[in-house]
Every structure is written in structure tokens, then in C-alpha cells.
Design a protein around this ligand. Structure first.
Ligand code: UDX
Length: 448
């Protein structure tokens, strides 16, 4: 198959490269000449484990090329994917679809024969029909079909998610288009990945409903965690007990500082907006959005209260600023809410992130970024873990405590165990579990 990918951002680049790995010929298009030049040289503008090697491999195999000229990605193609950004629009919580419709017009002008136009970007229900209308309005032709084919890629895991998905969703009314989509995804089909062929509207809603449901699961357990804190229960055990019920499942039940990233915050808001616009208000999703904001604020207030209210002259070390590990993405990261609240209470913040420094620094004015992980502890009054990077999982806690003014830890990813932390110098706060203090700290000091 010959595939054009309009937009070489995160989704476009991962999808295009993986389609090339499937054996298709792929041309990735982007309007940004600097990005295309870099990609031609095998330089990847995003942090995604394994992507650089796969891009290099496909360029070498001659199956993956890059261009700024839209015609290169449209003329003679079997399918052209729209994988452009759909950022939040000004004025409300909906998605700004201007780049999608620009791409639709560009595709219409460059089409040479029957083409399947595929919405890969996350777009609200009804967009596939509007894309079809836009193409017809631009060029008087029926030689195309529009398909909705949402992505379910997790940052940091995108290649595996693409190569071994739980399912592929294809929304189209056209059997001809469905046949081409089956051919494109054939390597997965051979692996017995279910391919759900449905209508465009259903496919569009599946994407939002799936993300909103996962965001709901996370938010639900975050609220249960608060209940655990005030009752002495353990949220991790609660998650395990719930997850053993096959109807619930154990995934996405890890309590934390609130969901962030490029999808959940934007998609929940856009779904809520669509519900309001169409008179089908999504009460659960509306509550999830509000509760997630509250989770982040509650945690910041908890640190402030535990440290005495006024944080003037206090230094807080922060481990992790990105919204999750294995990415440099700062979009809607809980750090962006929590750290400014600590600063407003007077705290000096020293942070370390294995890859998020470059992206995080401009968004966190006044936060000092440390070169080394243990530097955040120097004369600190508390250390806060906000992202569960692997390097934070086996910290030398004595070394950390020795450097601190007071060994207090807020582990908002629950990567340590209270039963173990009592044998360290730390007063240990986590999420949905009891606060612990060191056992017999005096004995420890004399080395007994
Ligand atoms: C998500 C979806 O998983 C993916 O299918 C979709 O296409 C894009 O959005 P991503 O944003 O990369 O992917 O990250 P994900 O790993 O799903 O985590 C999202 C957020 O939820 C992160 O902030 C993470 O820390 C948080 N989270 C996740 C929890 O707090 N607890 C959990 O149990 C799982």
C-alpha cells in the first residue's frame, strides 16, 4: 500500500514509521521545513523510546520518506492519513479543528484518483462527515471516502501500542474504504488483533469514551485514596482487591497526583464540551475534570500544611516534573499546578527530571533545575516525588536524608512501601496510605 501521512508530529511520525515497518510505502508530510530536514537526517524531534532506530531502519529500507510538499503525500496514494494537531480552541473546551480542515482542503487539491482519507487526529464526533463535506466543497469529486481511525498510543510506549494494539477501530460507511483499511492493518490482523469496523460517528465516540473512561478510573481511585487516608486503609490493597474483579480490571487504578499529558485532560474537556453542545451533558466526565484539578490542589495544600503553612525559607526538592516517565512531555503535568502553589506559599523549589528539564524549565519559572538527582536534597525541608521514573525507585535513602535539613518525603506515586520506610530516617507521606515516621530514630543515630 502507498500511504501519505499529513502531519509529522507525535502521532503521524509513530504511525507512519510503524506502517513502513508493516511493509507499506509511507511519505510523511509536514509544513515545518526544519522538522522535515531533521527527519530526513534521522533526527527525531520528540522523545519516544525506540523511535529513532525504527525511523533510521525504515529510511534505509526506502519505505519511509519525508516532504514538505503535500502533493508528495497525496498523489497516487491509496490512503492519506490526517495526523495534525487538534489543540484546545479559544473560548471553550472544544478542539480547534482548523488544521484538520486545512489538511482536508490540501488533500482535495492534490488528489489524483480514488483516495481513502483517514482521520487519525483525535476529533469530535461528526468530524469525518465534515471532512468529507470540506473535500467535496474544495473539489467536485466523489473519488474518495473518509474514515475515522483513532489512535490509542501511550507516550513512551507508542511503538508497542501501535504494533500490538488491543484493537483497531475503523469507522466508515464504505466497503471499498474498509477493504483498504484491512489491507493496511493486515499484519496485525494476521496476529489476530480485532479490527472493529463501524460507522465514523461510533469510531469517533469510541476514542473519547475510552480516554474519558480511563481518566475516570484514575480519578475514582484518587478520590478513594483520600478516603483511605482518613480511615487508615491502604489504597494499593483497595486497588488490588477491586482489580481482581474481572469486570473492573487492575489497570489504571494507581492512585497518583492526577492525570496529565496530551490526551486525557484535552479529551475529557472536549467530550464534555461536545455533550454540552449537543444537549447530552456528560455529568460523570464533567465531575472527573473538576475532581482531577482538585486532586492536584489538595496535594499541594497537604505539603504546605505538613510543612507548617508558611514555606518562606523552606526548600523543597522535587523528583520528576513530566506528566509521566519515559517522556519529556509537560502538557498538563501535575507539577505545573503543584509547584507554583508551593512557590506561592514561599518555597524555593529545586527539581530534577531525567529528560524533562528542557521542556519543564520554561514552564516552571523560578524553579531551579539540578544536574544530579541527589542535588535536590541539599538542605531541603522535604522531597516530593511527582513522576515515577525508574531512577527514583531505588534511591539511596540514607544519602538523600543526610543531605536534607529535615528528612520528609512526599511520594505521590507510591513507589516506596510504608512498612520499609519506617526503617529509614524519613517521615513518609504517600497517597492513600498512612503517614509513617521512623522507628526508634535515636537508636539509628548511634548505629545500633
Ligand atoms: C493516554 C492513553 O493511554 C492512550 O491510549 C491515548 O491514546 C492517549 O492518552 P498517555 O497520555 O501517553 O496515553 O499516558 P497514560 O500512560 O495513559 O497516562 C495518562 C495519565 O494518567 C498520566 O498522567 C499518568 O500518570 C496517569 N495515570 C495512569 C495514573 O495516575 N494512574 C494510572 O493508573 C494510570
Amino acid at each position: 500500500m502507498r500511504i501519505g501521512m499529513i502531519g509529522s508530529g507525535y502521532v503521524g511520525l509513530v504511525s507512519g514509521t510503524c506502517f513502513a515497518e508493516f511493509g507499506h510505502d509511507v511519505v510523511c508530510i509536514d509544513k515545518n521545513p526544519a522538522k522535515i530536514t531533521a527527519l530526513k537526517n534521522g533526527e527525531i524531534p520528540i522523545y519516544e523510546p525506540g523511535l529513532d532506530d525504527l525511523v533510521a531502519k525504515q529510511i534505509k529500507a526506502g519505505r519511509l520518506t519525508f516532504s514538505t510538499n503535500i502533493a508528495d503525500g497525496v498523489s497516487g496514494m491509496d490512503a492519506v492519513f490526517i495526523a495534525v494537531g487538534t489543540p484546545p480552541r479559544n473560548g471553550d473546551d472544544g478542539a480547534d479543528l482548523s488544521q484538520v480542515f486545512d489538511a482536508a482542503r490540501d488533500i482535495a487539491n492534490a488528489m489524483t484518483g480514488y483516495t481513502v482519507v483517514v482521520d487519525k487526529s483525535t476529533v469530535p464526533v461528526g468530524t469525518a462527515r465534515q471532512v468529507a463535506k470540506t473535500i467535496r466543497a474544495t473539489k467536485n469529486t466523489t473519488q474518495f471516502d473518509v474514515v475515522s481511525n483513532p489512535e490509542f498510543l501511550r507516550e513512551g510506549n507508542a511503538i508497542t501500542d501501535f504494533m500490538r494494539p488491543d484493537r483497531v477501530v475503523v469507522g466508515t460507511d464504505s466497503e471499498r474504504a474498509a477493504e483498504i483499511m484491512r489491507a493496511i492493518y493486515r499484519p496485525l490482523y494476521l496476529n489476530e488483533t480485532p479490527i472493529l469496523i463501524t460507522t465514523p460517528e461510533t469510531a469517533e465516540i469510541i476514542k473519547y469514551a475510552a480516554n474519558a473512561f480511563l481518566a475516570t478510573k484514575i480519578t475514582f481511585i484518587n478520590e478513594i485514596a483520600r478516603l483511605c487516608e482518613v480511615t487508615g486503609a491502604d489504597v494499593q490493597e483497595v486497588s488490588r482487591g477491586m482489580g481482581m474483579d474481572g469486570r473492573i480490571g487492575s489497570k489504571f487504578l494507581h492512585a497518583g497526583p492526577g492525570y496529565g499529558g496530551s490526551c486525557f485532560p484535552k479529551d475529557t474537556k472536549a467530550l464534555a464540551q461536545t455533550g454540552r453542545d449537543l444537549g447530552a451533558v456528560q455529568t460523570v466526565v464533567e465531575s472527573v475534570i473538576a475532581a482531577n484539578t482538585q486532586t492536584k490542589e489538595t496535594l499541594a495544600n497537604r505539603i504546605i500544611a505538613e510543612l507548617g503553612g508558611d514555606l518562606t525559607d523552606k526548600t523543597i526538592g522535587v523528583l520528576g516534573v513530566t506528566f509521566k516517565p519515559q517522556t519529556d512531555d509537560m502538557r498538563d503535568a501535575p507539577s505545573l499546578t503543584i509547584l507554583p502553589m508551593l512557590q506561592a506559599a514561599g518555597a524555593k523549589i529545586v527539581a530534577f527530571d531525567p529528560v524533562g528539564r528542557e521542556t519543564g524549565q520554561p514552564l516552571l519559572p523560578g524553579v531551579i533545575f539540578a544536574d544530579q538527582m541527589y542535588d535536590v536534597a541539599n538542605n531541603a525541608d522535604a522531597v516530593v516525588i511527582l513522576t515515577e521514573w525508574n531512577e527514583f525507585r531505588a534511591l539511596d535513602l540514607d544519602r538523600l536524608a543526610d543531605a536534607m535539613r529535615t528528612p520528609i518525603m512526599f511520594d505521590f506515586r507510591n513507589i516506596y512501601k510504608p512498612a520499609e520506610m519506617i526503617h529509614t530516617p524519613f517521615t513518609y507521606h504517600s497517597i492513600g496510605r498512612v503517614k509513617t515516621t521512623p522507628v526508634a530514630p535515636k537508636l539509628r543515630q548511634v548505629g545500633v
